[in-house]
Structures are given as C-alpha cells and as structure tokens.
Design a protein. Sequence first.
Length: 366
Amino acid sequence: MPHRRRPVAWLCETMSLMMSLRIAMIGCDPSRAMDTTARLLQLLSSAESRSGTELGAELGISRAAVWKQIQQLDELGVEVESTRGKGYRLASPLELLDTEQILAALDAQTRDSVSALDVHVQIDSTNTHLMGLATQGASSGHVVAAEYQTAGRGRHGRNWVAPLGSSICLSVLWRYHDGATQLSGLSLAAGVVIVDALSELGVVDAGLKWPNDVLWKQQKLAGLLVEVAGDAAGPCYIVLGLGLNITLADQAQAEIGRPVTDLTTATGGQPVSRNQVAATLLNHLIPMLDSFERDSLKSYVDRWSRYNILQDQRVTLYSGNGETQGRVVGINDTGALVLDCDGERRTFNGGEVSLTNAEGIEVSGA
C-alpha cells in the first residue's frame, strides 16, 4: 500500500533551511536548485509513480539526491506517496504556474500590457521583489508570481500564509505620472475587479470587506496589499500584491488561525486551473491599473457598494484613535469608510472593522 508522508507545519524558517540544504546538496546556484525543484514537482505530478533512478536520470542528479529532494518536499508539506517497487508520486496532482500558459490565456489587450512575467518556485515576497525591480527601472506591467513566499506580507506587516502551490501569489507593477495623491482608493478598485474575476471563474456571492479583503460566506478568500513609492505630485509607481487561496488543506487552514476559504470550495469543488485563474485575475487587474489615473475610484464606488458585505451593518472600527461604533454607510470617492455614528456621519481612512450586535458587542464573522 502507498505510504503517505505526513505534512508538517508551514514555517518560513523551515523553508529557508530546506532551501539552503537543497542548494548545498546539488552543488549549484539557487536558480538551478529552483529549476530542479520545479521539474521534480512536475515529474511527481504524473499519474504513474516514478522510481528514484528514473527521476535522477530526468533531473541529472543521483538517486540519493532524489531521495533527499523528496524528503525536503515532505518537510515542506508536499504530500508524496512512496510505493515499494514502483517509486514516488504526489498524493494529489499539482499544477505549477507556467509563464507560457498564463500568457496564452490572457486577452490581447492585457497581453500587450504585460511587459514581463516572472514565475518563481520560492521567493521572499512578490511585492518586495517587485519593489526592488521597480527601483532598477522595471516597466509598467511587470508581473511577479510565486509558488511559495518565505516572507509573504499582508496589511500592517502581517504574514500571508500560503502553502506551496496552494494559492495564487502575484504582484503587478504600474507607473503613473500625476503623483501618488491621485491614487487614493486604488486598492478598493482592485477589490472590485477581483470580485468580477471571481464571478467569471464561477464564484457566486463573493464580497468585499473594507478596506482590502475579499470574502466568501464570511471567510477570507483573497487579500490585497498596495505599496506606493515616488513623488506625491509627480512620477510614482505602485506594486499591487494579491494572494488568492486555491486549495487549502485543513491543517493549513488551522495554522492560519482565522476563518478562511479557498476557490475550490467557493466553486463547489469544481477543478480549477491555477494558470487560468492567474490569467483571469490579470485580465481584470491590468485594465483597471491602466485606466485608474484617468477614471479614479469614482468609477468603482457604486460597484464597491454592491459588493460591500458590511453595508448598513453595525460595526466597530479599531484604529489608532481607539474604537468607534457606527452603521456602515459606504465609502467616499477617496476610499475612506463612512460611518453613521448616532446620526453623525464620520469618515475614516484606516483601521480594522468587525461586526457588532445591537449592544455593541463584537460578534463572529467578518
């Protein structure tokens, strides 16, 4: 009978250690190690088991090196079946992100706007990496995607947890001419077009929670992080990072420690192509980025309000100024949250929102 190795906790330190061991074992630079890892995952994804000898011949490494690689995949939580006399294969097929497949699935306008598309097996953070490329002169439409981030980031410096191959983690660079002050609310517009993309992919009733969360049935499905650099009134650029859960194992969801869901669940268990998902997201995000300086958030406020899961709900806003309770009215043209606080309308540019009941007590859910 096949033996299934038990996944372990997804720890950034473990990933870094395993990567160091992998590089030392192969005796090459990190880029070759990454290529070997990606190729091994592709080989193990086939329906038939592969022996260590076959894998070694395909990869150009020894049988012992193959065994060490598979051990390290196991340590990273990639479930590998080992059958005596047959060899190895993944317990579940894994579709790796592929530059050519993503580009082929883009519509013509989006494809013309993508200046570069880099896919990494492992990276510290797609946003951090792309911000670095931006300082070196990378063009608008440069996209970076990764199978795994050792230091994926969300808002307020939180970690973004995404097991290898279980999500879409990508970032897009875009440059603007009229200054960062003209880009207020860009992340909210991105949320709108992501919900549009999810609808195209078969997700019904996805919604937005101010400011940057995409939810389905009160559980987080995706998140956004927008970083801005440059002149307040002149040339500047943004890097928009997106993390979308595709298939999260129960253990991974438990480790995240808050209500989360994935695209597979939200589409009723229908199989999804990660490359098609990535392309669909870009088909919606890039036209928005291209036109935002001209259109501004005003073009998206009505749709954002339709997707707002907290519309007319009583909430508590936690910010640097303390706690504020009120009823959600919506957002204004700059993306600030508007609350009705006992008859007084107040606007807030930052903070975290939670549902509260009539007595002002926080309740479970969004």
